[in-house]
Design a protein around this ligand. Structure first.
Ligand code: ZN
Length: 180
């Protein structure tokens, strides 16, 4: 069983901006490892700390490029260029996806789990993953990136999703609540 239950839209933790990581220590490394395990179990290609109830600026990802799971700590978007449309989904909005237009090429900087500076220029799918996870750290969900027609449809679908969840019995225990 995955270490964390992924928080679902409607959970206020997903709407709060996360704070910078101040110490890259064993505890943070353990958090990243648990996030990776949770991401693979979902399965997903990226997971941001607020999605497991932790208000810290880091995300994990694995693009399936053979490089394995990686972690970005305190990531910042330096530059974004072009346009790229992609059918985008989110583990916190399960079962739904929308064609969303965002910049194509991005330049993201941050730190890895050894505290080394990382600078990545990405485009297409990879650039999309970074932008999506960066949004999570600012308390932004993909439903806020929709055009007016999509947003109307999304309100209905998300309401149904939340009602279905409320109607389901006994949620799984949430380990994330004990973390800061
Ligand atoms: Zn997401």
């Amino acid at each position: 069983m995955a270490p964390y239950e992924i928080r679902i839209i409607g959970d206020p933790v997903l709407r709060q901006p996360a704070v910078d990581v101040t110490d890259i220590d064993g505890r943070l490394v353990a958090l990243a490892e648990d996030m990776v395990e949770t991401m693979y179990a979902a399965p997903g290609v990226g997971l941001a700390a607020p999605q497991v109830g932790v208000q810290k600026r880091l995300f994990v990802y694995d693009l399936g490029d053979g490089l394995g799971p990686r972690t970005m700590v305190n990531p910042r978007l330096l530059e974004a260029r072009g346009e790229f449309s992609w059918d985008e989904g989110c583990l916190s909005v399960p079962g739904l996806s929308w064609e969303i237009l965002r910049p194509d090429e991005v330049h993201v900087v941050g730190l890895d789990l050894d505290g080394n500076e990382v600078s990545i220029e990405a485009s297409g799918y990879e650039g999309r993953v970074f932008q999506h996870e960066l949004d999570h750290l600012d308390g932004v969900l993909l439903v806020e990136r929709l055009d007016p027609d999509q947003a109307r449809e999304a309100r209905r679908l998300v309401r149904d999703l939340m009602l279905a969840r409320d109607a389901s019995p006994e949620p799984a225990p949430r380990r994330g609540l004990t973390l800061r």
